[in-house]
Design a protein around this ligand. Sequence first.
Ligand SMILES: Cc1cc2nc3c(=O)[nH]c(=O)nc-3n(C[C@H](O)[C@H](O)[C@H](O)COP(=O)(O)O)c2cc1C
Length: 174
Amino acid sequence: MKKRIGIFYGPTDGATERVAKKIQEAFGTDNADLIAIKDSKAGDIDKYERIIFGCSTIGKDTWQTDKPKPDWDIFRPEIEKINYKNKLFALFGLGNSITYAAVFVDSMGILAKEMLKHGATIVGRVPRCEYTFTDSEALIDGQFIGLPIDEDFEADLTDRRVKEWVEKLKSVFD
Ligand SMILES: Cc1cc2nc3c(=O)[nH]c(=O)nc-3n(C[C@H](O)[C@H](O)[C@H](O)COP(=O)(O)O)c2cc1C
């Protein structure tokens, strides 16, 4: 039986939400739920065996609760409480590969490294050669740990990037 997918994302009302919706549509709304991470606890993640996490990188502010849009920082204490057994995770990250070329989609990498420390299985890696940037925390073993999306300078590529990534994930998630 096909496993239902939980797409947990933050912040809301911006590029991350826009891309989360595109990913949901690509899987089909009957197959995937869309949930704001700021309203979620580890128990909400545990309802799913196939999970997608989406975040944007707003410098270090992504992980500072005293800044606007701290959605992932609110959730951060829950990361270690998730039951990582028998689950597959995939990540996508919003960033800007020109203005922030040396820290491109860093938050996706910071999130992934915390999850890996707790034993997460992360699928859906993306080759670095498809992007122009100088460095990223999201590079693990020479590949992006998830799907980078640049809506600031490469929005015209988003639909294709999402479609290709989801097609690959479909076979892994089944
Ligand atoms: C103050 C600020 C800091 C940012 N820092 C980074 C960064 O360090 N790395 C990066 O790749 N993008 C950075 N960005 C770009 C955002 O990640 C990008 O615009 C993203 O699409 C925002 O998504 P959101 O609207 O869902 O927050 C930054 C944007 C702003 C406004």
